[in-house]
Design a protein around this ligand. Structure first.
Ligand SMILES: [Zn+2]
Length: 427
């Protein structure tokens, strides 16, 4: 299927293209609905003994008005009609109207007619503007472009256009390739609905040089809703039910197309200033307590990255370290959310040397003396032992900055000595 291949292939181009028209987030999605022909231009028509005369201009207006009412129920859409009554707006007027309103989508509704009187042709087809055409598409282009109904302005616009001249083709290609992929996408969605929802016969999405699409600066399609000279088609498109089904199929496709556009157009993100690091480090003080807790103690409420610092016999438990304000605030929130309602951020001057006193590492505290054969004693034979209130405290190292003692702590963890506590000694 042409549609699927193109959809994938041009997906990114589509995103790129649609971006232009949807830069303004609050802007409504503007759809121009063009009921083909009108007034003295009857379009394709056929008289049947039982269903009467089926006129293209009548069918197209009826389908367009039904479709417009569906779209107008949703405030996200702005609907512009090229005509709402039986009149003939020039092709130039229809195009100008769409361009002037910076429409997001142009939908022209038509009725087909096959050249042969045998009326074997049946079903729907949707045209997008494009230079790749075959003989059959040229016939449609010829019928829809019929110069008899062009007004003076149209003649001026289109007379100089020669589809067989290379210059015209190149100009056309440049102008229309911008919207070709998006047009193919919406066209494919509509034809898909005709087949799956309405059980119609689809002749697919095709390219043709159509005056009414040629100058449009937006994704544009021309839908042939059925063949007037095919009895089944004629009956279908001339009935209330048939027209309603056609309108619904187009409506559903527009809604899904808009979703696709919305999903793929991201608002340009405002240039975020890069957060500058703060001069100080920040840790979140969770609590001060005489109790010594190890890593997984329930008192720490599951928080990791805890740094206990002992000062004057009190253990202060700090959570996280950062020199970014956003992370600090986030860490504080995490601490509070975990149940430390009085948590606060404390600033630490990096690599600050203590004027008086020093940092050491409390490796062990307990009522029992460490055995000389224990892992700690073997690893750190020159460890210092003190006894206070019946508890033995073993400390190791003397450092002027906290960074140095943290490095030692990490080094010991590597040797299997865990749950050590940094201690700040002021004498
Ligand atoms: Zn037509």
């Amino acid at each position: 299927m042409v549609r699927l291949t193109l959809y994938n292939k041009f997906f990114f181009l589509l995103i790129f293209l649609i971006g232009f028209s949807s830069c303004y987030s609050q802007k409504k999605f503007t759809v121009v609905l063009d009921a083909g022909h009108g007034g003295s231009d009857v379009g394709a028509n056929r008289n049947y003994s039982d269903i009467g005369t089926v006129q293209e201009k009548v069918v197209t207006l009826s389908v367009v008005l039904k479709l417009g009412r569906m779209l107008e129920k949703n405030k996200d859409y702005k609907v512009i009609y090229t005509r709402k009554i039986d009149e003939y707006p020039s092709l130039t007027y229809r195009t100008d109207l769409a361009n002037r309103n910076k429409a997001d989508l142009f939908i022209s509704v038509h009725v087909n007619s096959s050249p042969s009187r045998s009326a074997t042709a049946q079903g729907t087809e949707t045209f997008v503007q494009g230079p790749n055409q075959n003989k059959a598409n040229l016939d449609v282009a010829k019928a829809e472009n019929d110069v008899i109904f062009l007004d003076e302005k149209d003649k001026e616009n289109f007379a100089s256009y020669n589809p067989s001249s290379p210059e015209s083709l190149i100009a056309l290609k440049i102008q229309q390739s911008k919207y070709l992929e998006a047009s193919l996408t919406i066209g494919g969605m509509i034809e898909d609905n005709f087949v799956k929802k309405d059980k119609r016969l689809s002749r697919g999405v095709k390219q043709a040089n159509l005056h009414v699409l040629r100058m449009n600066a937006m994704p544009s399609i021309l839908i042939e809703t059925g063949f007037v000279n095919n009895y089944d088609d004629a009956k279908y498109i001339s009935t209330e039910e048939g027209q309603q089904a056609i309108a619904e199929s187009i409506f559903n496709a527009i809604v899904n197309y808009k979703k696709l556009v919305d999903r793929n157009v991201k608002e340009p993100e405002p240039e975020k200033p890069v957060e500058q690091p703060l001069k100080n480090d920040f840790r979140i003080l969770l609590m001060s307590t005489p109790n010594k807790y190890t890593e997984n103690d329930p008192a720490l409420k599951g928080l990791k990255y805890i740094l206990p610092i002992k000062e004057n016999g009190t253990y202060k438990y700090y959570y996280g370290t950062t020199n970014y304000a956003s992370i600090r605030d986030n860490n504080l929130k995490t601490a509070k959310d975990s149940g430390f309602r009085n948590a606060m951020a404390i600033s630490f001057v990096p690599n600050q040397k203590l004027g008086i006193g020093y940092y050491t590492l409390e490796v062990y505290a307990g009522k029992e003396k460490l055995d000389s054969k224990s892992m700690i004693m073997k690893t750190l034979p020159d460890i210092v032992r003190n006894k206070e209130n019946g508890v033995f405290y073993y400390t190791y190292g003397k450092f002027k900055s906290m960074e140095e003692v943290i490095n030692l702590q990490k080094e010991l963890e590597g040797k299997g000595i865990i749950n050590t506590v940094i201690e700040k000694k002021l004498k």
